[in-house]
Design a protein. Structure first.
Length: 135
């Protein structure tokens, strides 16, 4: 009986270590994707205000957003659906905003992008419980 208990304990410990690793991988991926989106948003805003941002747009692609979409597809299995959708939508609204010339439509897209950013913060709390961590 003691042997069975030890075997079960070892399996649970291995599973726990695996789950911790997956959770950390998820967090690091989401953090990286969100950083790329925020940096792209900042750089696009610089361009709208007449600044030159080298390397942001290559052959019509917004490089950081292309990387975000690629990483979302590659890592879809790793992300919770809630975060996957929010990050995808954030990137999509930002891409649409970058290509929109109508000020009215730009304002709408900015509002939708901002809503996704708010949803992102809430999702981080829902998925990772960040708001429950105390120091």
């Amino acid at each position: 009986l003691d042997h069975v208990y030890k075997e079960i304990s070892l399996k649970l410990e291995k599973r726990s270590v695996f789950e911790e690793k997956v959770l950390m991988d998820q967090y690091l991926l989401v953090k990286d994707l969100q950083s790329k989106i925020e940096n792209a948003a900042t750089d696009l805003n610089r361009i709208r205000h007449g600044k030159d941002v080298s390397g942001l747009i290559v052959d019509g692609d917004i490089v950081p957003l292309t990387e975000v979409f690629q990483q979302l597809v590659i890592n879809k299995y790793l992300l919770k659906e809630q975060l996957y959708k929010i990050i995808w939508d954030e990137s999509w609204y930002l891409l649409k905003l970058a290509n929109e010339r109508s000020e009215g439509k730009q304002k709408y897209l900015e509002q939708q992008y901002d809503k996704q950013r708010e949803k992102f913060c809430q999702a981080m709390n829902d998925v990772f419980g960040i708001d429950k961590i105390s120091w």
